[in-house]
Write a protein that binds this ligand. Structure first.
Ligand code: XIL
Length: 347
């Protein structure tokens, strides 16, 4: 009897060991270990003024998503006045480094210029305004930006359409119009729908897939789905992520893990940064990477982390809590989350 217990305990430790994330360095570039693009959301000013940040972005990643620089408030600050200066320099930076640029985002409810929020006009005028924004931006980057998040976060967690200015002034078909306008502006570009909690909220996932199946059956081009994956260690569960991924694979979309960060602080306020928490975060990152690799090759668009270091993450300021959700620590040293990514890639 006792012997059995000993064997079980020994097996348990072997199993834990196998699951442990080893401490690693970042001397080998993540993207060199992957056969799909490894991306990061970037800030042009950090790239310009922060040498450690720039070094990591240029060496580790082969895909870039502008964190804010391609949003409507950045690109069309006044009606009819487009400002591409910063965005163009970011594209030039990426091209110099042979990095893909994924455009984020043509339509959203946040980070809209004031004039757009206050725009007045009938439905036709709203459609024209939306079309002008989408087509001017897509055409400007033609040949340089080959994929776009056309619409971001159009659904609520319960599957309803999110109330936003587009729904209010144009109606539900703003989504299909947006995809059509983008497609007409550049027929070679890949068109994505991007959202959060797709893996966590089954109803949201189903509503999105149903809606876009409807559009596709009408002949509207929709190439991919971005799962943002702003997640926690335990939420969503690995099973929930797998289920969402499988459903999207089955519906034959490209899949982008588009905005990965793994939060630790579920309760809010301040927190202790323990080794245990760092290890769990590392394991979750490894699992995410493993799940991504179950996607058929031709549907793997890439995995993108939403920022470089814990210093750059949007989470602490946006949610007003202490947190450490990214691959690098505040000294730009790789964390166990980085090691989990690396291990997932070489698994
Ligand atoms: C965030 C940026 O990272 C922040 O700098 C900005 O203040 C707010 O937006 N979902 C998205 C991203 O699609 O565009 C958001 O980015 C994070 C949530």
């Amino acid at each position: 009897m006792k012997i059995h217990y000993l064997i079980i305990i020994a097996l348990f430790f072997v199993a834990c060991k196998a699951d442990e994330i080893e401490i690693c360095t970042d001397e080998v570039a993540l993207h060199s270990l992957a056969d799909f693009p490894i991306g990061v959301a970037v800030s042009p000013s950090e790239l310009q003024y922060n040498a450690a940040y720039q070094e990591i972005v240029t060496t580790q990643f082969n895909s870039i998503t502008p964190g804010n620089a391609f949003k409507p408030d950045a690109l069309q600050p006044s009606e009819g006045v487009f400002d591409f200066e910063v965005a163009d320099s970011l594209v030039a930076f990426a091209m110099r480094n042979n990095q893909r640029i994924h455009g984020h985002t043509l339509l959203w409810h946040n980070q809209l210029p004031n004039w757009m929020n206050r725009f007045s006009g009938d439905r036709t005028a709203w459609i024209k305004m939306m079309k002008t924004h989408i087509q001017t931006v897509v055409r400007h980057f033609e040949g340089r930006v080959k994929s776009w998040d056309v619409v971001n976060e159009a659904f609520e967690d319960n599957g309803d359409f999110r109330e936003n200015i587009w729904l209010e002034h144009i109606g539900k078909d703003y989504l299909e119009l947006a995809f059509e306008f983008a497609q007409k502006a550049d027929s070679t570009v890949l068109l994505f729908y991007n959202d959060y909690n797709i893996a966590l909220k089954n109803r949201k996932c189903r509503a999105i897939l149903e809606h876009f199946e409807g559009l596709k059956s009408k002949g509207i081009q929709v190439d991919g789905i971005g799962l943002q994956l702003h997640i926690f260690n335990r939420i969503p569960t690995n099973n929930e992520i797998e289920n969402a991924v499988n459903a999207i694979v089955e519906a034959e979309y490209l899949i982008h893990f588009s905005e990965i960060d793994i939060s630790m602080n579920w309760t809010g306020g301040s927190m202790n940064l323990t080794t245990n928490r760092l290890e769990r975060q590392g394991r979750k990152m490894k699992v995410l990477t493993n799940i991504f690799q179950t996607i058929p090759k031709k549907q793997q668009f890439g995995m993108t982390v939403w920022g470089v270091s814990d210093l750059d993450s949007w989470i602490p300021s946006f949610f007003e809590r202490e947190d450490y959700p990214l691959l690098y620590d505040t000294n730009y040293e790789p964390k166990l989350m980085y090691c989990g990514f690396l291990e997932g890639l070489i698994d």
